[in-house]
Write a protein that binds this ligand. Structure first.
Ligand SMILES: [Ca+2]
Length: 154
């Protein structure tokens, strides 16, 4: 326990984010996911480059023990302006992306899609690619601790 606290303190002081991600053990809609992260002092994860994408998806694969199918909400959405995706945690536009072919589609039957998930479904040919999904659908999600990490660098 003492060792754990010492490690936590030293990593805080050095400004290191060894693992900035948390996946709560609940499946909720995108709005609730955003709320949950905020309430706990975090943000729904932003994925702004390939290295971050790789780090995040490796963490998801490990945490959720993904073998056949996994889906997690991340912070990107086009709720404010259809077709223009931004990160809810920073307000910045989505520049780096990893969309599945033919995505974002903004359609799921008669329902619009404005919230971004990362999908792993090898049988369907989806290898951690992005999809815009129906925001009210319930999925696991990734919160990101932003202290000492990305936000402070700006
Ligand atoms: Ca879609």
């Amino acid at each position: 326990m003492i060792l754990f606290i010492l490690i936590l303190l030293s990593s805080t002081q050095l400004g290191i984010c060894v693992n900035p991600y948390v996946i709560p053990n609940i499946r909720v809609n995108w709005h609730k996911a955003h709320e949950f992260c905020k309430y706990n002092g975090m943000e729904l994860a932003s994925v702004t480059d390939w290295a971050t994408h790789k780090k995040l998806t490796e963490f998801v694969a490990q945490e959720l023990n993904c073998s056949t199918w996994c889906a997690v909400w991340i912070g990107a959405n086009d709720l404010g302006d259809e077709g223009s995706f931004t990160w809810v945690g920073t307000g910045r536009r989505v520049v780096f992306d990893n969309w599945k072919p033919n995505q974002p589609s903004n359609s799921n039957g008669d329902q619009e899609e404005h919230c971004v998930e990362i999908l792993y479904h090898p049988r369907g040919g989806f290898n951690w690619q992005w999809n815009d999904g129906v925001c009210k659908h319930e999925k696991y999600f990734v919160c990101e601790k932003v202290y000492n990490c990305e936000i402070q660098e700006f």
